[in-house]
Design a protein. Sequence first.
Length: 709
Amino acid sequence: MSTDLFNVVLVGTTLRGLDVSEVAPELAKLTKRDPAFARSLLSGRPTKIKTGVNASTGARYLEALERIGVAARLDPETLEVDADLGVKQRQAHGARQDTSSSHSTVPLATSEPPLPSNTAPTQADYYRAAIGPRNQAYYLKYFTQADAAWSFRISWNWPAFFVSFPWLIYRKLWKLAALYAVAPFALAFCTGLVVSHIIASQTGGAIPEPKDVVRAMGTVVLVSSAVGFVAWFLILPAYVNGLYHRHIRRKVYVAQHAFSEPEERIEWLSRHGGTSSILAVTSIWVATFFTGLVAAVALSAYQDYQLEGSQSALGGIGESRSAVSRSRAVTAPTTSSGSSEAAGQPIAGVGAGATNRHIVKIGYAGPLTGRSTKAGLDALHGVRMALDEANAKGYTIGGRRIWFALQSEDDQFDPSIALQASQRLLDAGVVAVVGHLSSGTTIPPSVIYQQAGIPVISGSATHPKVTEQGFATTFRTIGRDDLQAPAIARFFVEDVKARKIAIVDDSSKYGEDLAMAVEKAYRGLGGEVVARIKASSSDMQVESVIRKLVQGRPDAVFFGGMDETAAHLLKRVRQLGYVWPFAFGDGACAADAMTQIVGLEFAGAYCSQTGTPPQFATKSFLGAFGARYGAPGAYAPYYYDAATAIVVAMHKADSVDPVAFLPVLGTVSFDGATGRVAFDPKGDRKNSNTTIFRILSSGFVPVRVVAAP
């Protein structure tokens, strides 16, 4: 039968010659009994106050009692002790058995156990057995001084400072080692939560800029690092000797009160104390792992070096990446088909006319699959047509005949994928980028383009933040939301005569920000917003939105978001017989989505578009685009003008190097498909108007053009 459980027994006397009147009040607090009862426990008669505790808990009881000056001991709860501990069938401190306990086999001593003889092991002997031979003298000196002072002494432990976790494992402080290993992750997790909360409060849930993240992390990470440093490199080394002392003293208590024979105590302490060999095994494993890892990295780097050297010897193919980045252009080799390949990938849009011309790559990034594919492809067609026209003209720049090749990447209308797409474009060697479609997919990559010194022009990203970041590389050929939103608000008040409206968005950054801007402008004109709702294209969500609209009883509804979600919501509203005038932002000014999804059920619906209406584009653009792709969507002419602006800047600078033509890009002025194209110092388009359209089965009909302030 195992002796895992113990009873805590008060001997009935005090320690260190303390008077019972001094000790009884403290014992009363500890036992949560009245002082009179506590005094009776110190009458000289052994009393069992706790039964069935494990060794560690029992040791804590003894420590607490010893601190207030009460003599106590641990008695095994059974008469028989595990053979592994070397003791069998011994009577614990007396012959009389306690009949009041539920554990009928537990003996209760009737008198205080005899004091050890002069030949019995001292406390120092027990400490030596528990410490083990390693650094025994150092720890024994500390333990002896701490016992003499009856206090938790602070002293510095250098091994715990340099190799804290291995030292804890080595000294078998398992619980403290586990806490030490988990604590950094807990601190990092808490730091991350605080930083995330700060960023969210600063940006309102929008995608943060790098400077927002750095600003939010600054103080929090500094404080967190300081706390971690103090805890791991100051507090632990200063207090770890005291913690180790308490750990060893508990083991000694357990041994002293679990075994009657000194030899048994020494044997048990030697077996359960000392040091652990786990550290050595772990160190060998870690060293082997990192040696293999370093060897693998070094071998890979050496192989890359050998490959680069062999390529250079075969004709300079191993040209440095920095040189390629500076030129961002390659000369097309002459082939029978007239095609060109760079970096092992075919360049889109390179045809027979590229033979013997210097190829300059222009990138496009937008949604080519998934959400808003129609708008993304429409924008791509605008870019491709502009570059095809430039190639047909046969530009000579910097003394070389130029061929503009289109390199497109699909960002799937997702900000994280947009970051990957932007990096792929840079890796492909583009000198400029046209894109991305939405503000949410334009803002994050703009940082990457700015760091690379590559200009990016969007024909559809309308959020003010796109150009408010202050990047000299960011431009747009379309207007801003802060111009579009006031125009929509004025239209509601002056044309629709709506005194109260409901505002819905599709939960995208574009939709949320435009909806917030319209709400602010409409309230500024004295209007009332009776409902503020978020939506998606799912049937369940649409029904929920409509119920909230009915409850709000608006005069009109504004929806901020893209075309597909807008069309689903409008269709269901009209099917249910509600006739509120609906207005959408430029993201929903897509005739195909409205016609295919809503059909003929969109009476009383309007949408806004910053700048010139697509049908007001130049006749040359409409004719050429219509012949190739059909009627242009809302963004095609703006992307056509964006690509044209890049070509004009290169021609004006007489260079295809971004370092040379980027400063010129901000000064270009030309007549494009959408009118006069020129940029202000921020990169915004100058004199951008906003057009309000009526959505009819025959198409979009302009009903009002609101001039920019």
